[in-house]
Write a protein that binds this ligand. Structure first.
Ligand code: UDP
Length: 404
């Protein structure tokens, strides 16, 4: 169990003191997070750390999961893709399945928290159960260009919340409720991000039979079309014509993502003739991901859409040079040529990777700048402060909040 005081050497005493001060104002209130999975993906990653830290700050916090069957998660995956601007046929039946599952969860989950904090679209209709408590909808996905049919369906529910939270300015939408901009964060002391001794890093590489004889380019992501693993392979193949290197594509599935197996098969098919490509289907193991990131020469995140991209923050915190697409929340983390390199295409990604492999001093400088940028903006202590202030703001009229 990591204690708050352990963050002092990283962020300073005053940050922790401030958290205690503002958290005390929430005395007597209960916070209830609700989402659809406890493992896999960024939301689960954050809640696993956020909930115990809020509890340590004395904020009575609990975390509930909705239950859904295979059909429900197929529908929510369609919604997810549609919100990212990739529509597939969404039928009347799909909307019915979505609402039926939400109704079942309405009957099963006790939503009596003073503040009910609903994450992403999957449980969005639980707000039908809202009484005189406060409800927040937290959108983690990139909704800069959503499919209008799905968005207008969701709007009926969003409008019933007290407030909505988005991760990046470009995602904000015209809404009849207050909205907040709060970017996600990583926990520098979690198993995923803490310092690791070299022998643990070596042991993980040995376990997965990845020799450390040449530069390693890595993407850690769920096997999801929007993470563009096939594009990563093409970029690697372009780099490989000029510089000998290895590619690691590592990821597991999320419990609420039914498309993973199909994408994984496509990846295996495309890479079967190259022994320098290592495809790892990981069980949830944060130390292993940490080790793979630390063993990498360059980290890539070639997403086509991205809510925030925690993997980018994780890599930068480890002072790794990162090449990532200029989409969603990624440019909040990477200032091009300062804290990493942004790309727009396979060719651009390959060019950037080659540049970093050819210029280790430049690559190191980008990584160091990246680490400081994450320290100042994307650690969990900043995120905790923003959430506590958000909770408090629900009890004040909007004009007072605006006056600060
Ligand atoms: N992750 C993981 N295991 C995997 C793949 C990803 O633990 O097999 C983690 C990854 O390290 C990061 C989170 O899941 O912390 C993914 O968050 P991100 O914002 O990058 O993408 P999302 O999956 O939420 O779209």
């Amino acid at each position: 169990m990591i204690r708050l005081e352990e963050y002092v050497p990283i962020v300073g005493q005053s940050v922790i003191d401030d958290l205690k001060l503002i958290a005390a104002r929430l005395k007597g209130k209960t916070i209830q997070h609700i989402n659809s999975t406890s493992v896999g993906g960024g939301v689960a990653e954050i809640l696993n750390r956020m909930v115990p830290l809020l509890q340590e700050l004395g904020v009575d916090t609990r975390w509930d999961l909705i239950k859904g069957g295979e059909q429900f998660f197929e529908v929510t995956k369609k919604f997810h893709n549609a919100l990212h601007g990739y529509s597939s046929e969404i039928t009347k039946k799909d909307f019915e399945i979505f609402l039926e599952t939400n109704q079942r969860n309405i009957n099963e989950i006790n939503t009596s928290g003073d503040i009910v904090f609903v994450h992403d679209p999957q449980p969005i209709a639980l707000v039908k159960k809202k009484r005189d408590n406060k409800w927040i909808w937290r959108c983690h996905v990139d909704v800069s260009n959503p499919d209008e049919k799905v968005w207008s369906f969701l709007m009926d529910y969003i409008a019933r919340y007290d407030s909505a939270v988005f991760s990046a300015p470009s995602f904000s939408r015209r809404l009849p409720i207050r909205q907040f901009l709060i970017s996600p964060s990583i926990d520098p002391l979690s198993d995923k991000n803490k310092e690791l001794p070299q022998d643990i890093v070596d042991a993980v590489l040995l376990k997965y039979k990845i020799p450390q004889d040449k530069p390693i380019i890595t993407q850690i992501s769920r096997f999801d079309r929007l993470k563009d693993p096939l594009g990563v392979i093409e970029a690697y193949q372009e780099v490989k014509k000029h510089i000998d290197c290895r590619l690691v594509l590592a990821g597991g599935g999320a419990a609420d993502d039914p498309e993973g197996a199909m994408i994984f098969t496509q990846v295996m098919e495309k890479t079967k003739n190259d022994k320098d490509i290592h495809i790892l289907l990981l069980a949830q193991n944060d130390i292993e991901i940490n080790a793979l990131q630390r063993a990498s020469t360059v980290i890539i995140q070639k997403s086509i859409r991205e809510g925030f991209g925690l993997t980018v923050a994780e890599a930068l915190w480890k002072a790794k040079p990162v090449v990532a697409s200029n989409v969603g929340g990624i440019p909040l983390q990477i200032k091009h040529k300062y804290s990493g390199l942004l790309c727009h295409s396979v060719t651009g990604a390959a060019f950037a990777i080659k540049q970093l492999l050819n210029s280790p001093v430049y690559a190191m400088k980008l990584g160091e700048n990246g680490r400081e940028h994450i320290r100042n903006n994307f650690l969990i202590t900043r995120h905790l402060r923003d959430y506590i202030l958000l909770f408090l703001s629900l009890y004040y009229p909007e004009d007072i909040v605006h006056l600060g």
